[in-house]
Design a protein around this ligand. Structure first.
Ligand SMILES: Cc1cc2nc3c(=O)[nH]c(=O)nc-3n(C[C@H](O)[C@H](O)[C@H](O)COP(=O)(O)OP(=O)(O)OC[C@H]3O[C@@H](n4cnc5c(N)ncnc54)[C@H](O)[C@@H]3O)c2cc1C
Length: 142
């Protein structure tokens, strides 16, 4: 990854309440620290690197657009239902408040852990919440 930080330049990850706030944990995460480096090197032929979302996302968008994808930003999926004509998604433009319907042959849910899609199709979820908080306080190796 040309835009990513290579492993040998990845410093410590600092977990803090804010830039000037309480520092909860500092660790050489993602294989940059000696305690986990071997795990990472043994698990992949590629070296670990780190790229922030604001650099990664434009790469993914450009490739998807080259292949014909269209993106609507500032758009919230409100509800989703399915009938014989397809999937009906009610969306809201978060800048204007305008609601509109998108009808599609199918839909792929990738709306995170509080998913409208998952709730709309009635899938039950289970699991333990709060793992990020636990790892922040050093109770779980990262
Ligand atoms: C602080 C932190 C650090 C992390 N670091 C790492 C890491 O170093 N490496 C790693 O592998 N993982 C890391 N993770 C975990 C990783 O970010 C998540 O596992 C991953 O982002 C989940 O991807 P996702 O696509 O399922 O959901 P998300 O990334 O949460 O994407 C869901 C998207 O759907 C959108 N959305 C949600 N609801 C709606 C709606 N109703 N209408 C329209 N859009 C909607 C959201 O705005 C969001 O853009 C980290 C997580 C956190 C919080």
């Amino acid at each position: 990854m040309q835009l990513a930080t290579p492993n040998h330049l990845m410093g410590n990850n600092v977990w803090a309440t804010s830039f000037a706030g309480t520092e909860n944990r500092t660790a050489g995460d993602l294989g940059s620290g000696p305690e986990r480096r071997a795990d990472y090197e043994l698990s992949s032929p590629s070296a670990m690197c780190n790229i922030p979302q604001h650099l990664m996302e434009p790469i993914l968008l450009d490739v998807a657009r080259e292949r014909g994808a269209k993106f609507l930003f500032n758009t919230e999926l409100m509800t989703m239902s399915q009938d014989a004509n397809g999937v009906h998604s009610i969306c809201r433009d978060r800048l204007t408040g305008e609601e509109f319907e998108v009808v599609s042959d199918y839909a792929i849910g990738c709306d995170g852990d509080n998913s409208v899609v998952v709730k709309s199709i009635g899938i039950e979820t289970e699991g333990q919440m709060g793992w990020v908080r636990r790892s922040t306080f050093g109770l779980r190796p990262t």
